[in-house]
Each structure stands twice: as structure tokens, then as C-alpha cells.
Write a protein that binds this ligand. Structure first.
Ligand code: HEM
Length: 414
């Protein structure tokens, strides 16, 4: 059976003008969980829904090698990183990530984050207007860099932070800002390459089990050390996404501001978990994922030809009315009532992180959101002046137009 087509000869522009909603809207219009179109002239299949997510994560049918667009590899991911691996090499590399980002490694990062947040708040006069998105970026960048075992001289820190932020904040940009993001990746990667070499040469002492040390001594399945460039790419694959959690922290603050009745739930661990899950479900971040058909196959009698590019609609699945009640409402308590599966709650990918490409950083993202929400509902005091808090869904990542400016930011317990 032929997969239905959308109405455009090439959908690059309609997709880019509404990247979070284009796939689910078109699927709705066509009454189909999938459709075919062209992006940048190349034919692609777009899919939505939990069943499509389960298919997308079947490694027999899809591969990641060569699937991500060049412009994203040149900015967001880098070349040679875990995102483009398949099979045994992927599983082996993924174990390395999970050893860095889960279990006892999470809490020390959260503690560093909180220390730097307190310092940053105390350093500002309470009368100042502060952009929370910028503040969270700085604090996360300091915490992630130290925690990962990387030293950046204070004089070089502003440039380092700009480079790390550009890799995710400008990855979806076009023109000049896209080139800036590429230059930022090259700068940051060159710095990490030197750092890895120095650790390997014994010229740098770093804490045992920190990300830099684990990556510097990590090997391919054939026992060769990761080459310097790949090691640098993977170290950035740890630091960059931690700084990107600033997007979720900004949305967590927005959710608290717009839903003050949830403040009281944040003193309870279960209330905090549900709040963090709902922030990740409701607010936009990654719109979709890409893969490539490994060998031709059919699914529900639809033909998937070998080599075809495929997009899975993450945002649409998190807002699918067939899965979630009132999906556009902020309702943390839904996480005690509605059924959550590895394929219907997919803010950071689907399936099993240990064997597939699902994000290894969910524990870190969730722990940071929980702690930030608890602080923002507790001793950290802040007010939200008049501003445009509408979410700009045309940018990647989407953000409140104002980036959330606050006044009167201070800590009540000192
Ligand atoms: C800011 C919040 C985050 C979001 C929205 C996010 C989202 C995602 C998504 C959608 C994927 C792709 C999953 C796939 O391809 O199937 C992914 C993969 C990945 N994420 Fe995250 N992530 C976040 C935080 C983190 C953190 C904190 C880390 C590490 C400390 C991290 C490290 C990675 C890595 C290494 C991959 C590649 C995994 C693979 O290909 O196997 N992410 N993330």
C-alpha cells in the first residue's frame, strides 16, 4: 500500500515554520499515522504515535548511521559520536555514557549546580532584572564543566559558555547564526581534544570516574582507545546537553509562575517527580528524530524502501490526545493516573536507553528540574514583571519570547 502524501512538493519550509506541530497536524489532516514528503528535496517518511515509536526503535528496520542532517552533525552532535553508531559499537559506547550519567554520578552534579546557583543569586543585587534562561545557562555550564573534570580558566569561561550554548541554542538557525554555531563547535572541540590528550599524557590530574577521565580511557570494542577527536565529541556530548537543561529549567519556572497551586506539592518527593515529568512532557524541546530504513520492509502493508529517511514525531507523541487527557494542560498528577510506557512519554527519546538511542541523560535532566523547582518554590524568591511569556514555537529550541525575566531574585534564608 502507498503511504499517503502531504500536499507540498517539498515540505522543508512548512516544517521549519512549525517544526513541533507539522507532523502531527499533517497526520491528523490525512487521517494516517504516517505520510511521505520531501525535505531538502530528499524523500522522507514522517510518523507519529506510540506504535510508530516502537517501530522506529527496532534496529532490524532502522539505522542511525548517516541519518542526521549534515547541518546538525556540524553543530549539535559533532562527527563520530554515539548518535550515529549502530549495533555492537553503539551498545558499547552507550554503556560508557550510562556509567557517567546515572546512579551515584547524578547527585554530585545537582549539588554543584545548587552551589553555583546560590553564588550567582547572591552576587546580584535583588533589584536587578535577571533573565532566567541566561542565568541557568551560566550556572549549568560552571557545574557541568567542573563535574565533568574539565578546567577552564576564568578569563576563558565566557567564550567557553558562548560556544557550548551556541551548539544547542543555534543548531536550528540558518545563515550567519548557523555558521557561528559551527565555529563554536570547532572551538569547543579543539579545546576538549587538547584536554583529552593532556589527560592521556598524564599532564592533567582529574578526579577518578569523572566524565573526562572515563572518556579518555574508553576503548572501542576492538580495544583501541577512542581517537582524540571522537573522545572530544563525546565529552561535549556530556557537557553540552547538561547546559541545555537550561531550557527545561526556564520552562519549570514558567510552569510554577503560571500554575502557582503546584508550589505546595514540591516539598514532597513524589510531587517533585510528577512536576518534572510534566515539564518534560508539556514543553517543547526536540521536535523529531531521524533514522534511515536499513532494508526494505512493510508495516501495516505500507512499504518502507531501503535507504529512505524517516522522522519520528516526539513532540506530537507527548501531546497525542489518544494517549494523554487534555494534553495541552499542565497537570503533573496525570503521572499518577495515566499509563506511561517507554513509547508514549518520549521527551528524550523512546525505548530502552541501554540498548537503543534513548537519551542517557534523563536522570540528570529530571534531578535538575526537581531541585530547581523545589528551590524556586521555596527559599529562592522572585517576581515576574510584565513581559511576553508566549512560547515561540518557530525557533529551535522553542522558548518563551522573553526568555523569562525576573526581578527581586534573592534567597530568603541568608
Ligand atoms: C536538556 C534535556 C535533554 C533533552 C531534551 C534530551 C533529548 C535527547 C533526545 C531526544 C535524544 C535522541 C534519542 C534518540 O536518538 O533516540 C538524546 C540523545 C542523547 N542525549 Fe539527551 N537530552 C537531554 C539531556 C541530556 C543530558 C543531561 C545528557 C548527558 C549528560 C544527554 C546526552 C545524550 C546523548 C549522549 C545522546 C545520544 C544517545 C544515543 O545516541 O545512544 N542528554 N537526548
Amino acid at each position: 500500500m502507498k503511504i499517503p502524501r502531504d500536499q507540498h512538493w517539498d515540505s522543508t519550509l512548512p516544517f521549519m515554520s512549525d517544526p513541533y506541530r507539522y507532523i502531527s497536524r499533517t497526520c491528523n489532516e490525512l487521517g494516517s499515522p504516517l505520510f511521505q514528503t520531501r525535505f531538502l528535496l530528499a524523500p522522507v517518511i514522517c510518523m507519529t504515535g506510540p506504535e510508530a515509536a516502537a517501530l522506529f526503535y527496532d534496529p532490524q528496520h532502522f539505522q542511525r548511521q548517516g541519518a542526521a542532517p549534515f547541518r546538525l552533525r556540524a553543530t549539535l552532535f559533532g562527527f563520530g559520536g554515539v548518535q550515529g553508531l549502530d549495533g555492537e559499537r553503539h551498545r558499547h559506547r552507550k554503556q560508557m555514557f550510562l556509567s557517567i550519567t546515572t546512579g551515584p554520578r547524578v547527585q554530585p552534579l545537582v549539588e554543584r549546580f545548587e552551589r553555583h546557583l546560590r553564588t550567582a543569586i547572591l552576587a546580584r543585587p535583588a533589584i536587578a532584572t535577571v533573565c532566567l534562561y541566561d542565568l541557568f545557562q551560566t550556572v549549568l555550564c560552571r557545574a557541568a564543566t567542573e563535574w565533568a573534570g574539565v578546567e577552564i580558566p576564568e578569563s576563558a569561561f565566557p567564550r567557553w559558555q558562548r560556544d557550548i550554548v551556541a551548539m544547542f541554542d543555534q543548531a536550528g538557525a540558518v545563515g550567519f547564526n548557523h555558521w557561528l554555531a559551527r565555529v563554536s563547535r570547532q572551538n569547543a572541540q579543539a579545546r576538549m581534544k587538547r584536554w583529552i590528550r593532556e589527560i592521556r599524557a598524564g599532564e592533567r590530574k582529574v578526579a577518578p570516574e569523572c566524565a573526562a577521565e572515563v572518556i579518555a580511557r574508553s576503548r572501542e570494542p576492538n580495544r583501541n582507545l577512542l581517537d582524540d577527536r571522537t573522545a572530544a565529541v563525546e565529552l561535549l556530548n556530556v557537557i553540552r546537553p547538561i547546559v541545555a537543561v537550561s531550557v527545561y529549567l526556564t520552562f519549570a519556572a514558567l510552569a510554577l509562575h503560571q500554575n502557582p497551586s503546584y508550589r505546595s506539592t514540591l516539598s514532597d518527593p513524589q510531587g517533585r517527580i510528577r512536576f518534572a515529568q510534566e515539564v518534560r512532557r508539556l514543553y517543547p524541546f526536540f521536535p523529531a528524530l531521524t533514522a534511515r530504513v536499513r532494508e526494505s520492509f512493510s508495516w501495516h502493508s505500507f512499504e518502507f524502501p531501503r535507504g529512505r529517511g524517516v522522522l519520528l514525531d516526539l513532540y506530537g507523541i507527548n501531546h497525542d490526545p489518544a494517549v494523554w487527557h487534555d494534553p495541552m494542560e499542565f497537570r503533573p498528577d496525570r503521572f499518577g493516573r495515566e499509563q506511561v510506557t517507554p513509547f508514549n512519554f518520549v521527551p528524550q527519546g523512546a525505548g530502552d536507553a541501554a540498548v537503543g538511542h534513548r537519551c542517557p541523560g534523563e536522570d540528570i535532566a529530571t534531578a535538575l528540574i526537581e531541585r530547581t523547582a523545589e528551590l524556586l518554590a521555596g527559599n529562592v524568591r522572585w517576581e515576574v514583571p510584565e513581559q511576553n511569556l508566549a512560547i515561540d514555537y518557530t525557533r529551535l529550541p522553542a522558548l518563551p519570547v522573553s526568555r523569562l525575566r525576573v526581578t527581586g531574585l534573592h534567597i530568603a534564608d541568608v
